[in-house]
Write a protein that binds this ligand. Sequence first.
Ligand code: FES
Ligand code: FE2
Length: 383
Amino acid sequence: MTHDELVDAMRRAIKLLRENTTDLTLSEHREPAEHYTDDARSASERRLVMDAPQLVAYAGELPQPGSFATKEVMGQPILLTRARDGRFRAFQNICQHRQAPVAGGCGIAKRLACPYHSWTYDLEGAVVGIPGEEGFPAARADGPRLTELPAEERAGFLWICLTPGAAIDIAAHLGDLDAELASWDIGAWTPIGEKRLDAAIDWKLAIDTFSENYHFATVHTTTFATVAHSNCTVFDSFGRHHRLVFPMRGIEDFAEVPEAEWKPLEKVAVIYAIYPNVVLSVTAVNGEIFRVYPTDRAGHSVTFHQNATSLDVSTDAARQASNDIFEYAHHTVRDEDYALATKIQANLSTGLQPTILFGRNEPGLHHRHAVLAAELEKGRMST
Ligand code: FES
Ligand SMILES: [Fe+2]
């Protein structure tokens, strides 16, 4: 967001707080509980996520020519590379010999050697060495390559499609959010780590926990609620994506301060829901990603939680401080949000109550679920 946009959001947040309210939808909404538990719907949603462009990494995870990184996306093993030409490429991380993953973790390399029989690959995906190659005359003649996936670097992030040969157009995918995401310059921030959460929570329920701050005062009593206001959100939608601006405590004091002196990033947190399955939470110093994936079972999801920081972390102490912040954020998500959501999922699965309720004060929930319903309907019409 530009400074002017942040000032505008801060102005709106202060007004909401003064009026003791929040951005509201016109009416409440009842969402069928079975949307979180039904296997058939879950399969449709999985297809929809599978077909959507996927934000998979910070651009900074491939900092220089020769960088590579590995990811899991919708259960698929993915290899990301930046070859000598500086271009970002993505591949299925599956060896063309006997399907071992050719790389793990991340690092810098000229070539990647498969750990099983040491076929070697360049970072453009071509097999460049086969030990005992007389064993593979036909395969060798074919010029074996890793299966490449559509890939684009944009707005500070690395994006892929899981379908080889599919078109990818992230500017079109992001629409009005494109310039705004780029404005944070998160591609230049330092990635801090990645943590995995396997959860007995539907993927939508997982993202629901990031879609309102109505629960802060009760779920995050000793954590977020000590620094952020509850039940006060500035809400904006950007096509299928949305943005929440959460006011921090003390923001209201700025009502008496000239706007020219405002430092809005010290007093707001900005949370994006990037359609269909990614949450991005940005403050002055942290840009957290939550990549949330449905699995082949309704009511289960996998979340990859990552952080990147705008701070200089070149000293051990600074690095440790950033790691500690990431640990703290992860702890609150895992032990507060997801712990409670697991109990909700168990209740939903009993089928005892037919609906859940989205309040007027929870516009993010309304927006995401309406978008998903429309996309599922579009999918039904086209088949
Ligand atoms: S499986 Fe990769 S070299 Fe054999
Ligand atoms: Fe929460």
